[in-house]
Design a protein around this ligand. Structure first.
Ligand code: CP
Length: 318
């Protein structure tokens, strides 16, 4: 019997990875592995969410996550509603909860929510009856990004057990960093956060990670380097003297890559500030798996939508 056959998924919401066990994370990744095949068919569709409605409730911009969730829901035959603040009554002052409750009144089954405020997905999960998936909440979590990153590393390396992973850059403002930390450490990787002290979160000592303030000290030791975007839109005061100086110390350059292991995996959640976090030659180079991350995000999001819908239906039938 495979390990997935012995486990029963029972979460109606996916809010973050901190609360998930290793077994739950592995179950999502194994389920995603099964869904990869659908995207290779000539007719890229399967019926699990037929008759279900998924709403993408995005209060922040997105290219990858929104489109990936849309495609994932459509591949599983769901109807998908798109919400964005620009074309909604939020511009007239309607609140998040009123917006969500009105959409739920139309008979939706899953809300995929992105919002600039931490805890928004949790708030909706306590307010709505439908399933809720967090697509990024402020500095909180971005669980499907953490899952697709773990999936991509596992796909290439076979296992995360004992791998050395550096997460580099703007850790303080990064929900991607938080979800990565939980996913990767629960799956057995050793994580080092790398960046200037001003971009480390205040509670970094409480996280299951090591900290380094020098990319040069760690680049030759790691199996995976995940370069984070500088979140210029979230920076209050200047955390470093200039972009040029930041790139000099923390940018992934071809020169730094010469010191890295030949089979190092180079990751970035996107969007990339080319020339800031990494040089274009590295972003597009042979060690980069950035587009593989995007590709895998689709299967991971199919798995998440499938699993939360299944749990939601079972709870309703009880
Ligand atoms: N990685 C990520 O969340 O990208 P988007 O902001 O484009 O969704």
């Amino acid at each position: 019997m495979s390990k997935t056959e012995t486990f029963k998924w029972n979460r109606k919401h996916l809010l973050g990875l901190m609360e998930l066990s290793r077994q739950e994370i592995e179950y999502i990744l194994d389920t995603a592995e099964g869904f990869r095949e659908i995207s290779t068919r000539s007719i890229k569709k399967a019926p699990p969410l037929r008759g279900k409605v998924v709403v993408n409730l995005f209060f922040e911009d997105s290219t990858r996550t929104r489109n990936s969730f849309t495609l994932a829901a459509e591949r599983l035959s769901a109807d998908v509603m798109q919400f964005s603040t620009k074309f909604s009554s939020v511009s007239k002052g309607e609140t998040l909860l009123d917006t969500a409750k009105n959409l739920e009144a139309m008979g939706i089954d899953i809300v995929v929510i992105r919002h600039s405020a931490g805890g928004t997905a949790k708030l909706l999960s306590r307010t709505l009856n439908c399933a809720v998936v967090n697509a990024g909440d402020g500095y909180g979590e971005h669980p499907t990004q953490g899952l697709l990153d773990a999936f991509t590393i596992r796909q290439i390396k076979g296992s995360l057990e004992g791998l050395e992973v550096a997460i580099v850059g703007d850790i303080a403002h990064s929900r991607v960093a938080r979800s990565n930390i939980w996913a990767l450490t629960k799956l057995g990787a050793n994580v080092t956060l790398v960046g200037p002290p001003t971009l480390m979160p205040p509670a970094v000592k409480q996280l299951p990670v090591k900290v380094s303030y020098s990319l040069d000290d760690v680049i030759d030791k790691v199996d995976v380097v995940n370069m984070l975007r500088i979140q210029f839109e979230r920076l209050g005061s200047n955390p470093f003297p200039s972009i040029r100086e930041y790139s000099h110390y923390f940018g992934l350059t071809l020169d730094r890559m010469k010191k890295a292991k030949p089979d190092i995996i180079v990751m970035h959640p996107g969007p990339i500030n080319r020339g800031v976090e990494m040089e274009s030659e590295v972003a597009d180079g042979k060690n980069s798996v950035i587009l593989k991350q995007v590709e895998n995000g689709l299967a991971v999001r199919m798995a998440v939508l499938y699993l939360v819908n299944q749990a939601s239906q079972e709870l309703r039938n009880k």
